[in-house]
Design a protein around this ligand. Sequence first.
Ligand code: NAP
Length: 294
Amino acid sequence: MNIDGLNIDGHTRIFGLIGNPVGHTMSPVIHNTLASYYGHNLIYGAFPVADDPVKAVEGAYALGICGLNVTVPHKSAVIPTLVETDDFAFKIGAVNTLVRVDEKKGYKGYNTDMPGLYRALQQENIGIAGETVVILGAGGAARAVAMMTASKGAARVLVLNRTVSKAEAIVREITALYPDCRMYAGSIYDLSNLPDEKFLCIQATSTGMSPHVEQAVIENSAFYERIHTGFDLVYNPYDTKFMRLVRQAGGRAYNGLNMLLYQGVIAYELWNNMKVDEDAVSLVRRRLKEEMGL
Ligand code: NAP
């Protein structure tokens, strides 16, 4: 059977995403576009898994599924069933990509979210080493961003959150792992302890996501004047209020679409033991934007 250039037959390798909900995922666009571009005989679908992600992973292995992405709320819950976990994913305590390892009769877990963010930053020539970084939020994504920036040699990382105790917990944990990085926790409602120099700000709260497009986690214009580069993990809407406030104050601003794209590209590279070229990346970026109606 030929579907949109893909030949689905008895040799087709099957990949997919588990999570809840998965209805709005863009991962099938990423992986099926890459498969079609490279002529790989594989398909990628989404599996809604409400309960028992461990059983879902075991069942996927039994069914011969070659690889899985894992999204909220299962990124940590699947770890006990894995036969191996990549060092960085182990430190973060969350996996988003599982690679089948037949010799060990199970999956190895990776976290491609943070390498994806790092590649997205590199693509825009945004450096981390020696930088002062302010992270907004202290959820799962912010924690991983704090880990990534500390591991890439940021000089100073400030984690600001609505619930300060969560920011403090991240700072304690990451300081123990990366003592050379000076880390601070604070409140998004108290901006009196901001660094003197201009900083890179990574917006890792869910504020401003569609349909709440008129919200930004901090509205104070004085805060935005301190930002030389703002990176919002949110990509829907494409232009967030946080990004607009950064630009209005004279900084550069980026959304999280390239992070999403590169976490998928890195997963595809792990599954297929290859490097995805920039033409393929550009094609996927175009398809994602079409999917978003842009
Ligand atoms: P999460 O664990 O649920 O954390 C949510 C964070 O947002 C917490 O810090 C929370 O503060 C804060 N928050 C929520 N509503 C708020 C409000 N009204 N005012 C102030 N703070 C508020 O979520 P997550 O998994 O870390 O994800 C965070 C964002 O990153 C989401 O928008 C997600 O889509 C995005 N993301 C993007 C990518 C990508 O590929 N581009 C990848 C991962 C995540 P409290 O702790 O005080 O509740």
